[in-house]
Design a protein around this ligand. Sequence first.
Ligand SMILES: C[S@@+](CC[C@H](N)C(=O)[O-])C[C@H]1O[C@@H](n2cnc3c(N)ncnc32)[C@H](O)[C@@H]1O
Length: 357
Amino acid sequence: MEDDVELQRFLEAEGLTIKTILPKRRCLFATRDFIPGEVIMREEPYVCIPTSSNPLCQQCFKSDGALSKCASCNIVWYCGVECQRLDWKLHKLECRAISRLEKKWQELVTPEIRLLVKLFIRRKLQRDKVIPTTPIDNFNLVEAMIDHQYKMEMKKLVAYAMKAEIVTRMLQQPDLDLDKAVNNFCKVSCNANAIVDIAMEPLGIGLYPVMSIINHSCLPNAILVFEGKLAVLRALVPVEKGDEVLISYIDLGRTTRHRQHDLNAKYHFTCTCPHCCKFAEINDQILDALRCKRGKCDGFFVNKDRFYSHDQKLECNKCGLVKTLEAERRAKGKIDPLCDKGKSEFFSGSILLHFVL
Ligand SMILES: C[S@@+](CC[C@H](N)C(=O)[O-])C[C@H]1O[C@@H](n2cnc3c(N)ncnc32)[C@H](O)[C@@H]1O
């Protein structure tokens, strides 16, 4: 309760507030106007794990310069002694947890398992006051995350139980049982963010408890980007006082049916945004007109150049096929009328067109 008050106070200073509205549960609202591009909020992860195929520093997520591995666990990389020192209180216990596992078990340790191990180590360090807590950096915010455990398929829960067994073996914390660990795997599944670089290449996964309050829309007014492991929430369009701040959880370059499927499978809800209900047909036609369709490719033509020109290039985001916008228009003769129709039918349609064109 006290934590909720502290969090609200923190958010109010940022021009934000939390309201509970069913069926979404917690929602983040703007209490002032934000202009497009403006940073709405920044957040460091409660815990995160690099997952990139190239070694990354576990503390700062940088890959440049010579990285060296922790000599003890041989798993975690650092870019230098300063990052190793900053991570030491947590990694000392993580290192010990990894060494508790027999070699054959160590091969089963996935990034999700490592994330959970770090989560419970951090909880213990904060409870023991070895590391400080703040209104936006405390385990109670993780406790408040939605888990959808009772909607999850049995198959998924069994897999989590097996992973939870590894977590409890590694940590040997008396107050951590299998149920608690399974429940937190469910939370990670509905709330963890993929940390990506500027080219959208995956760098890792992280839990951002405040960003996790933000709900989804297929016509979002904000976007989550990453600067290293720092999550930055920016306005995409004018966000006015009283608006709910909404991001997209999924690939928007898919048809309404596919988006609904993705949202139900992972997040257990049916999206009722205007893009899904009112404008589904026209938006799906626009998406289809920009679909690659070379061979079996189901990629999507996006702007290759930053600025508009007559011979603007479109590049397939999957197979890399390049076409000029003019050639595409002449060949199909159907994007322009659709865009005009979309723009005249709804303002928010132009947000979608902004994404695809
Ligand atoms: C990351 S959480 C967002 C915060 C969540 N509302 C809460 O109270 O913790 C994701 C969950 O929020 C709910 N949610 C998000 N967007 C929604 C939407 N547009 N409609 C209904 N529920 C939504 C779903 O239950 C989803 O699994």
